[in-house]
Write a protein that binds this ligand. Sequence first.
Ligand code: ADP
Ligand code: MG
Length: 278
Amino acid sequence: MSVIEMSRIKREYRMGGKHNTSKKKKKGNDDGVVIVRALRGVDFSAEAGEFVSVMGPSGSGKSTLMNILGCLDKPTDGTYTLDGIETSTSNSDTFAFIRNRKIGFVFQSFNLLARTTALENVELPLFYRRADKKDSQGFHKTKSVSWRKERAMATLREVGLGERMDHFPSQLSGGQQQRVAIARAMVNDPAFILADEPTGNLDTGMTLEIMGLFQQLNNRGKTIIMVTHEPELASYTKRIITLRDGELVSDIPVQDRRDALVDLAQWKQEHALLSENT
Ligand code: ADP
Ligand code: MG
């Protein structure tokens, strides 16, 4: 079964007349109402275990697609089935449930709570789970403090941060902070991880580390959808979809996929040579 199944997804924004001075592509009508067609009938599906890049120029509809994929927004038209649940007809409770439990978000800016340790940041999504009556398997277990703590600790170990659990975000490097954010995204075992330019704030070394981590997690079966502007980063994923003017214009498997940890080792070597010579 597909994890993601989108069919003929459209998203139109209606903009009220007079105050709108933007000159983007729009169709006008007599009332001065303009319709922005941000997505014009996108078909996209992904199976468990995929690692997909979403590419396309600015304004092509990537954020709009991410918002719909992440159940932060609903399409104007079309259907989106996530892990077997039809989202377009679901009520707001179900919609929030899907967002909290089926999707793990990773943002460019990490979005960690500053006065909260790495461990507590990762535990956080498990608290929301307590009130979740739909969870038939884990309802009682998730009430226990030790269950939450152990689960968060195991997830931090999985991203290589076993030694940094009690650190605050300010005591961690950017790459380490993003690892905490990735652990937080994974702790509820979501259907997929949705990452929006996850290395946009990181230098080359940390970027390769994070891409290496994503590749490792994907090798262990995690499904990842990642928006990126950089073809180089897309070359670490398995499949690239490209949007243009709200349409999906290409959908291709990655040939000769690169290994981020191999590239990281090489980068470190070159880096060391460079600093020796200066
Ligand atoms: P990208 O993320 O690829 O840069 P977006 O999805 O943000 O593209 O935008 C796609 C199109 O939809 C653009 O023309 C943008 O101006 C328009 N758009 C995005 N969000 C809104 C909104 N909230 N209201 C009106 N138009 C929007
Ligand atoms: Mg965008």
